[in-house]
Design a protein around this ligand. Sequence first.
Ligand code: PEP
Length: 252
Amino acid sequence: MRTILAGNWKMHTDRADAVALAQGVARGERAAGVEVIVAPPFPYLEAVVAACEGSGVVVAAQNCHAEPQGAYTGEVSVPMLKDLGVGACIVGHSERRQYFNETDAAVAAKLEALHGAGLQPIYCCGEGQAERETGRHFDVVGAQLKEALGKLDRAVVRGLVVAYEPVWAIGTGLNATAEQAQEMHAFIRKELGRLIGDSAQDVPILYGGSCKPSNAEDLFQGPDVNGGLIGGASLEAGSFLQLIAIAARVKA
Ligand code: PEP
């Protein structure tokens, strides 16, 4: 099974900070066996691709448009990302669902476009606080998976990296317990199994939500937790490198 650590820089950094952070990750001492991805803001993708060249660090976008080109003012297509040397893309992050009304149908179209172009999609799902508190978290995540992935070609689903990100844990300092993470990851793998059978065993499922060096050791223990999608703790090369080292140790 692949182990992956992906850093979502969101709308942070300026050009100089982005390049310095990328160099810190790319040149830092990194344990073998962990795939490393960084997702800077759109304007810095090209500079970060250059900073990561030859290091094995894959550069991801945080969003894309499903159409290859057209009259979509302000949008960025998958071929444009590929042209820049981008290798992956986060899709369906809760902040995009919440602030930009991204629907499961839009998510599905983006996953298809990325698959077609050979970029690695990182598909995000996760429940909100009220849904967790009322015990509806499995229903909500199950519905998200069904809506976004249910109609996709099996090859697209087989090629996904999935990120489970409980919305109540993103940027809040709250994190799921290791038990909560593992049980949801196992559930997601079971649901993926309905779509792609045994191949679900090979789909990496990352945990995201206030994951940091002080809690990663626990969170990464779960057999269905195959790494992390990291926000805040990826904005500092030292803490991101620590997370990579922890993942390498726990998953060895
Ligand atoms: C994220 O936004 O993908 C995320 C997990 O953020 P944080 O680690 O800051 O909670």
